[in-house]
Design a protein around this ligand. Sequence first.
Ligand SMILES: *Cc1c(COP(=O)(O)O)cnc(C)c1O
Length: 246
Amino acid sequence: MPETDSSMDFPARLRDVQQRIDAACQLHGKDPATIHLLAVSKTFPASAVKEALAAGLHAFGENYVQEGIEKIQQLMAHRQNINWHFIGPLQSNKTKDVAEHFDWMHSVDREKIARRLSEQRPKGMPALQVCLQINVSGESTKSGINPSEAPALAAAIAPLPGLCLRGLMAIPEPTEDVLIQRKSFSELAQLFTSIRQQLSPDAQANFNTLSMGMSADLESAIAESLPQVTTMVRIGTALFGRRTTK
Ligand SMILES: *Cc1c(COP(=O)(O)O)cnc(C)c1O
């Protein structure tokens, strides 16, 4: 993994990340238009998001509800230009905050959370775009649903009126072994394909996103990406530098 060089400015780090994405697409024969960059701004201030906006990024990921909402409010003047993605673990008493402020939610892993998000989504807002978080093999965290239970969860969530089911997300255990990285992402991609086949035609049309790959393993995520499916790589450190808090 290339170390983030703290002497580089944001545009230089962004160029670096884009070069890594392009190189991985070339190597694995993938279409760069299917790889979307989600800038993970957690722990970084609103000023860092502004810099990223100025450099042309429009999708930002936050892990902590309160911190995310504060940034959304500080950057309200730019609200039309930003898609805010909630990517962290969520307790059911915080669903309303996510439903009222974010555009995307990547970490749905229970029907109860999904139902609350749907009910609490304000009527004037577009549906909350959601991904199901999958606990792929070998992950020791408690977040994410077991792959075997994911098809039933997808079927239960797809019809909820306040939500739009967009795809699957995973955070595999960190490892430097590229084969293990690729195995996790390949498992997620296969599950995505089998769930999509089971959805209604309407739901299938929206189900087009794999949220996978971070600073250390984006090349492996791209290697396992699927044709005509968006792979959203969630990049924090490589864009903003090392996090010093939390
Ligand atoms: C922090 C975080 C990221 C970004 O991780 P980096 O290794 O800094 O790129 C991506 N996804 C999730 C869910 C995260 O919590």
